[in-house]
Design a binder for this molecule. Sequence first.
Ligand code: HEC
Ligand code: HEC
Length: 371
Amino acid sequence: MMIIRNIYFFVFFFLLFSCEKTKLKTLEPIPAPEEYVLNIPTYYPNKFIPADNPLTKAGVELGRHLFYEKKLSKDNTLSCGSCHFQRLAFTDGLTKSVGINGKIGKRNAMSLTNLVFLNKNFFWDGRANSVEHQAIFPILDSLELNETLENIVQKIRNDSKYTELFKFAFGNSEINSDKIIKAIAQFERSLISINSKYDKYLRSEATFTAQEKLGLLLFTTHPDGNLPSLRGGNCSDCHAGVLQTDNNLRNNGLEFNDNIKDKGLENITGKATDKGKFRVLSLRNIELTAPYMHDGRFSTLEEVLEHYNEHVKFGQNSNADVLMLASNSPGSLPQNLNLSPNEVTAIIAFLKTLTDTEFINNPKFKDPNSH
Ligand code: HEC
Ligand code: HEC
């Protein structure tokens, strides 16, 4: 019965396609879509935009509609935007995300910021290598949108609002899953946060307080067990550069190996040495994206700092990264940071300079259906 139904569907789409093609020939040519210019400051790394999916104004606009489109979920109740709120730098404020029918997901929702600079290791465990590849996961995930691409294409084709949007984005109004994913990826790449106080400081448009300066210094200094005067938080060893990430997967000593529930990268590679490795995240807008870590275990930045300062699990039964607190001196052992309360507060003050209120209020990123 199923097979026969599928054949009907196939024939139906085949006919639909062939009619559409003949119809198109008679239409006026559609102007090539205009480029969407990102205007990224020069101190940022290279951006990655695949040749077969350039950013265009009409493509990003279509992607925005699709990002907030509830038809992407099985029961039409959730969209990507239901777990990625702009006001929270595209996170959801929950420990673990809630998918359709109230099902609790496995991990904390990630912020969608400055993704255009990444070309690998999407998700906490690095399992996707592009935003195009990434977008398929939440759609199919039974704990998230739990919908099939075929059904989505069907539902979007039945919504007349999309005819024009697809036409302007891709030159014709044919709707398929490849275009849906490409448009969502274009919208995601447009989510650029470059106007935090930290950016303004780098561009000499703002000054840091003494505390913020101390925080930045501690953030970027590697401590040395043999030189007690060299104080540091060691953060930028992993949270490197203007994006505060080297985009690798590492273990930051949250648990001893025996206690690790979510194996992270080990789930993908099957290697025990990858147990508990997760993506080093960008700390952009970190003030807005609580709770923290892949399992949302920390509710405040104070708790995060307390972890790095006092509770890192290292030693035989731990995969904590070699960059983790180990002193620069040969033969020295990993250690907790032992920063003073003032120093911890300074690092947090620096982290708060990464908040970009223009980003969370940018009308270009809003739900087009909300007023
Ligand atoms: C039910 C909540 C939920 C929905 C719906 C959802 N996401 Fe997510 N998103 C998450 C969670 C949780 C993660 C982290 C998952 C993981 O690493 O296993 C995530 C991760 C991501 C990432 C990875 C970011 C990075 O830096 O690697 C991107 C991009 C993303 N989502 C985009 C989308 C898009 C596009 C949609 C709609 C097609 C969507 N999400 C729908 C919860 C959700
Ligand atoms: C060895 C590399 C490494 C070092 C050093 C490091 N981190 Fe991390 N950081 C990570 C990894 C990996 C994660 C994600 C871990 C997870 O969720 O399991 C993370 C997560 C975080 C998060 C939570 C991000 C989020 O969105 O949930 C914050 C905040 C953070 N680190 C701040 C810092 C600060 C501040 C320092 C310095 C005191 C620091 N980190 C030092 C690797 C590192």
